[in-house]
Design a protein around this ligand. Sequence first.
Ligand SMILES: [Zn+2]
Length: 448
Amino acid sequence: MSTTRHTAMGDAAIRHLQALIRIDTTNPPGNETPAAEYLAELLASAGLDPRLLGAEPSRMNVVARVRGDGSKAPLMLAAHLDVVPVERDKWSCDPFGGEIRNGYLWGRGAIDMKQMAVMSALCAMRLAEEGIALKRDVIFAGVADEEAGCDLGSKWLVDNHPELVRAEYVIGEAGGFTVHLGGRELYPVAIAEKGMVWLKLKVTGSPGHGSVPRDDNAVARLGAIVHRLGTTRLPQHRTRVADLYLKAVAATQRFPLNVLLPRLHLPALAKAILDRFPDRGAANTLAAVLSNTATPTMLRAGDKINVVPGAAEAFVDGRTLPGETAASLIAEIRKVAEDLGELEIEILKDMPPVETTTETPLWQVIGDVMRTHVPRGTVVPMLMPGFTDAKQWSRLGAKCYGFMPTRFADDGTKFTDLFHGHDERIPVDGLAWGVEVLYEVVKRFAAA
Ligand SMILES: [Zn+2]
């Protein structure tokens, strides 16, 4: 148990996160309604008027609004309420127990992202309770179904109730956690996220009996294509956000990282630098922000051991950099496999990348507040390799930042390892710290 004293708001964040973790919202099936109701009750207790909305009774979203004077457009605080499934036997505690042990609050959703739902709701409540005069409305949105692609959550709200969730700025998923690198504290804040392009690759060949091998076996040829795709880095593309990120991180580091990082955009050097990077996880993440990626994840071919099928299919999870499209990704995949015969490629899902800038007053406020709370830390703009609800909010014109402020001690516990991982947990002190940081950002920005 942590012995640090927290503020009233910090203690409330810990208590309500425990309660929210104990509501199992594993998606599938989701069942987010009890979590949405819990938050609605909390918001109503502060005099707010939360609304529960959704396409299915068990999959409700909760939206509430703190009114400003309307002279500026709204700021929205957004979090998804569903969580990814757990493998219970790999956990050292009950993933839905909300237990506090060794300074951490343990449970599925502790960092992805029930903590942000709680922090955001508490911020909205405090603005209302303190009667802060706001220029902008501050919207709270706790949504269902992000982990399965947003259909019943942010996408449903944007399609059916755009007037409730239209905002100029959104503070939401990913970013704001501590990365310890070279003795420095970095706080990446997402200003962009990659696009998602799901593809089906199909090759055909002559069907026949397994006893007489042929040289146009579809399974064998698909295997060759999948192997090539899984072991080839797609071409690098220089993007504004990666440049900003690498330059900002480099400025905090000593030799040789300070010299090497800004040169990662040079393809000839990038491979050599990344191959020698001491931390493989960090190297893989860096590689993902320099190129489109195409990861084979599922295979389908044949249903009888002695029959050569006429076709074989592979499913590929593609991710595109800002400025890239499904078409440009497919062209890169075709190039990788060009000597391996004919290949059909079908687009199953296409969500374009989203990007905003650091040239905004909100970015300025985040930086200013962070400098007072972590004088020796540095905020760096980041490109998210994954996707979030920002894909949907940005359809209404919002500029989206991923900022869930949480301070991690330098004890080897990494946010990125816990994300969708076993033993997901959040440092209780870091959470109590984060809710105060978020409140200050929101208050300063919405009242300015
Ligand atoms: Zn998430």
